[in-house]
Design a binder for this molecule. Structure first.
Ligand code: NAD
Length: 428
């Protein structure tokens, strides 16, 4: 999350400004796209299990909806800030545009730590969030989804509250619902798998056999776990993962030189993606400092935790062996680090392209909900692979043609599409 001096929204604006200059965007377009359209800040009072009342701060930010209803997850995190939510909403706009799905960009959050909340207290936060926003979100204007520390159960509580308020059934109000309750097969896997579909294509372009590669992964939650699974299936070896330790309030890297065993590690991982450090030791994993994941002699780095992880201060520690940075997390790399990576020729799969599998599958969930007809997992993943592969090649082709850094190429495509939609609507 945002550290004291790090402002993710300023980072999103810096990235935007660079490409706005390249595209020679006029001031009207810039003014609209570098800011958010609408924001909601509110309080959620909750009767806690111990009888006290605690008030949580909640947010929803709608960055741009020129291409369709806003779409974006809801994050529960103790260090959530409005600027984090603004940045994430902005990146959602670019994400939906780069994979060319008819949705805009939104994001939500609540400042809370689910590690310390009972299921009942979390349910009250979910229902309170919807009560505050029921007039401002919905299937045809802004559709929420899960993100860090929220899951299908949270989505179902939110859906139930929305439908209770509206007095009708609205399965399209939210995505990431449980399968069998309007959810889509493949949604759990979608972000991690989507990341690896783009990585697979990048390796083809770079003429590298996945079997000859090794990777280091930051994070061991939803995105990381499925990314590792598919990467392993393609023959790649993951040497280490890092994750947050709630007891010690710090992150650790767990390394095993012969490669991690995904299923074995999953057996000692809690539902927040935290690994039991004593059990990991018994299984032969070396426990290293938080940042050690970045310093390993691997070919691929996959930041799949939070923003602001690859920075001007630590990017120099990356091994010369690293060929690809595949971003599963949103905003893991700062503009200072980008400059260094560009100069060193590291091939970057930028976040809003590489982790777009989640929102793409959420869009498929909406399509299925609207038809009230659900696809097989194979159908979902085939459509997902097609979308991710074609978006990746469009970005890579532009990057080659115009000699652009991959992040900039992705931005050129996304910003052009959103700017065109705003113009076509007569907004600017
Ligand atoms: P998650 O809550 O399932 O897992 C987060 C993981 O990061 C956990 O293993 C946690 O221990 C670890 N972590 C937290 N702080 C850390 C730190 N300081 N250092 C190392 N590890 C740390 O979350 P997720 O859904 O996997 O999301 C991860 C990232 O991917 C976020 O940036 C999120 O916005 C982004 N993302 C998620 C989705 C999705 O569908 N879940 C879609 C697009 C982007």
């Amino acid at each position: 999350m945002a550290g004291k001096s790090f402002n993710p929204f300023e980072m999103a604006q810096t990235q935007f400004d660079k490409v706005a200059d390249m595209l020679n965007l006029d001031n009207g377009v810039r003014g609209l796209l570098r800011n958010t359209l609408r924001e909601y800040h509110f309080s959620i009072p909750v009767h806690m299990d111990d009888g006290s009342v605690k008030v949580f701060r909640g947010f929803r930010v709608q960055h741009n909806d020129a291409r369709g209803p806003g779409k974006g997850g809801i994050r529960f995190h103790p260090q959530e800030t409005i600027d984090t939510v603004r940045a994430l909403a902005t990146w959602m706009t670019w994400k939906c545009a780069v994979v060319d799905i008819p949705l805009g960009g939104s994001k939500g959050g609540v400042i809370c730590d689910p590690h310390n909340l009972s299921q009942r207290e979390q349910e009250q936060i979910c229902r309170g969030w919807v009560r505050q926003l029921s007039k401002n979100v919905g299937p045809i204007n802004d559709v929420p989804a899960p993100d860090v520390m929220t899951n299908a159960q949270h989505m179902l509580w939110m859906l139930d509250e929305f439908e209770t308020i509206q007095g009708s059934k609205y399965p399209g109000f939210i995505t990431g619902k449980p399968v069998g309750m309007g959810g889509s097969l493949g949604r759990t896997e979608a972000t991690g798998y989507g990341l690896i579909y783009t990585l697979r294509e990048a390796l083809k372009v770079l003429k590298i056999d996945p079997k000859d590669t090794s990777a280091s992964v930051q994070g061991f939650g939803n995105v990381a776990q499925y990314a590792i699974r598919l990467y392993n299936e393609f023959g790649g070896k993951v040497l280490c993962v890092s994750c947050w330790d709630q007891n010690d309030q710090t992150a650790y890297t767990y390394l095993r030189a012969k490669g991690i065993d995904l299923d074995e590690l999953l057996g000692i991982t809690d539902r927040f993606g935290g690994i039991d450090k004593d059990k990991a030791k018994n299984l032969g994993y070396e426990r290293l400092a938080a940042e050690a994941w970045l310093e390993q002699d691997v070919n691929i780095l996959m930041p799949c935790a939070l923003e602001n992880q690859v920075t001007g201060e630590n990017v120099h520690k990356i091994s010369k062996k690293v060929k690809i940075l595949a971003e599963g997390a949103n905003g893991p790399t700062t503009p200072e680090a980008d400059k260094f990576l560009d100069e060193k020729g590291v091939y970057v799969l930028p976040d809003f392209l590489a982790n777009a599998g989640g929102v793409t599958c959420s869009y498929f969930e909406q399509v299925q909900s609207n038809m009230n007809y659900f696809w097989t997992k194979e159908e979902v993943l085939t459509h997902l692979d097609e979308k991710m592969t074609s978006a990746y090649h469009a970005v890579n082709d532009l990057s080659k043609k115009r000699k652009l850094y991959m992040r900039d190429a992705a931005y050129v495509i996304a910003i052009s599409r959103v700017a065109q939609a705003c113009k076509d609507r007569g907004w600017i």
